[in-house]
Design a binder for this molecule. Structure first.
Ligand SMILES: [Zn+2]
Length: 457
């Protein structure tokens, strides 16, 4: 009997976090794709403590799509549990993952302490990961085993994010794992590459059943909020994610300031993690889209403009609120759960001259959501804080493709595409997207079950 290649959907099915898939070739060579943290109301849910169900020494390699915690967050546990094989990703994913995992170790330690438990892993476990981690650039084919090679393609989601194309069965079969798919066209990054000729597709579906708000007018609204707040002499506080969102906002601020479309007030990036992520972005300008690269080639340093300051130390951070007058503060976290932004919100929420600018989706249970929902007071560090500041929201900054664009993405595959496996979405989003692909593109699309193994005949 001739064996077929197989995929096992270990986790990251019917949920947006915990991506972890296994490809097995006809000759039994196994590759793991992503090893993400399972997240929910806590950064690390109890499920992450379960032992891995597979033999850790049966893999040729672990391949990582991108540096978000829900794709890399269990790697330290994997290595701690005995995985000794190579890890591969783009160079940028490796750099960002080091930042993300070191940060995660701190958060996991705090969560574990609160729960009176041991953390899943610590900083030493994070350090043990990187000697195994090798890098490969987009489009450089890499042979991982007899009859298994991979090529990374640009997913356009965050810096270095990739889709993993596996070639097997004497080059007769190709399988593409999307990781997360960027909301192209993005301000800084290149567009998601087209699929081309493949046989099977394993794709994300975070926004499988929703379309984004229009991006039209987004830049104008950003400018208006800045102008209004600056005219009042207030402070504009922007809670923002360290990776990608901060760099996009800095790029947009760079353009507004340098074209004199907003007054030249002090602008602070008050987050060590965002500052480091900005350095990594700045070091990989060759990956930006044509428009941004052209601007850079004309001499513009897009992450440097008059009165921009990066505040690393706690003292510098505390000095910001002692400064009178109009200013802008970007700080993490993006939904105001932890991070330095909380202190700034505590300080500026009672100030009628100031504005808190929420950028995009705020999850239920977060301080950001309470603000978005129009709370009149909130509790911060045990104190009741009355809200007198204006609360504004900017939409259109999602880093994921929406439902229409996910369908359009699948349509970039040739007729050779046999089947689509829809994963990494809430059950409703996965089912809806699978149905759309079936109906609109007449391509067979299914939602696998967690733990299921499917043969790619
Ligand atoms: Zn992601």
């Amino acid at each position: 009997m001739i064996n077929s290649p197989k995929i096992t959907f270990c986790s990251g099915v019917s949920t947006v976090t915990g991506a972890n898939f296994i490809f097995e070739s006809s000759k039994g060579k196994k590759i793991m794709i992503d090893c993400g943290l399972i997240q929910g109301e806590k950064v690390a849910m109890e499920e992450n403590k379960k032992p891995f169900v597979y033999d850790l020494n049966s893999f040729e390699a672990l391949v990582i799509t991108h540096a978000h915690l829900d794709h890399v967050g269990r790697i330290p546990k994997l290595v701690k549990s005995g995985y000794k094989g190579p890890i591969y990703s783009t160079p940028e994913t490796r750099e960002l993952a080091e930042l993300v995992l070191n940060d995660a170790a701190g958060i996991l330690a705090e969560e574990a302490k609160r729960d009176g438990m041991e953390p899943i892993y610590d900083l030493n476990d994070v350090q043990a990961v990187f000697p195994l981690w090798k890098t490969v650039k987009y489009h450089e084919p890499l042979q991982l085993a007899e009859d298994v090679s991979i090529t990374l393609k640009d997913a356009g989601h965050i810096l270095g994010s990739s889709m993993v194309e596996i070639t097997t069965d004497n080059s007769a079969k190709k399988i593409l794992f999307t990781g997360d798919l960027g909301n192209s066209p993005a301000p800084l990054l290149c567009n998601t590459e087209i699929i081309g000729e493949i046989d099977y597709l394993v794709m994300e579906s975070v926004y499988g059943n929703r379309n984004h708000e229009s991006r039209e007018g987004r830049a104008e609204k950003f400018r208006e909020v800045i102008l209004e707040t600056m005219n009042r002499g207030g402070t504009l506080v922007i809670p923002t994610f360290s990776i990608d969102r901060t760099q996009i906002l800095l790029y947009e601020l760079n353009n507004l300031v340098e074209k004199n479309l907003v007054p030249r007030v002090p602008i602070f990036v008050d987050s060590p993690m965002a500052i480091r992520a900005t350095e990594i972005y700045a070091g990989s300008k060759y990956l930006f889209n044509d428009k941004v690269r052209e601007q850079i080639n004309h001499g513009d340093d897009i992450f440097k403009f008059p009165r921009l300051e990066f505040t690393i130390s706690k003292n510098e951070s505390q000095d910001i609120s002692r400064m009178n007058g109009a200013k802008i503060i970007l700080a993490g976290s993006g939904m105001s759960v932890g991070g330095r932004v909380i202190s700034h919100e505590r300080h500026y929420l009672p100030d009628p001259k100031s504005t808190i600018l929420l950028v995009g989706y705020q999850a239920a249970g977060s301080l950001g959501r309470e603000l978005a929902d129009g709370a009149k007071k909130v509790k911060i560090y045990g104190d009741i804080i009355k809200i007198k500041a204006r609360i504004e929201t900017l939409y259109g900054y999602s880093a994921h493709k929406d439902s229409d664009h996910l369908v359009e993405f699948v349509s970039t595959a040739t007729d050779k595409l046999k089947k689509v496996f829809v994963v990494m979405g809430e059950p409703g989003a996965e089912m809806y997207l699978a149905q759309r692909i079936n109906d609109e593109l007449v391509v067979k699309a299914v939602v696998p079950r967690e733990g299921e193994t499917v043969e790619l005949g």
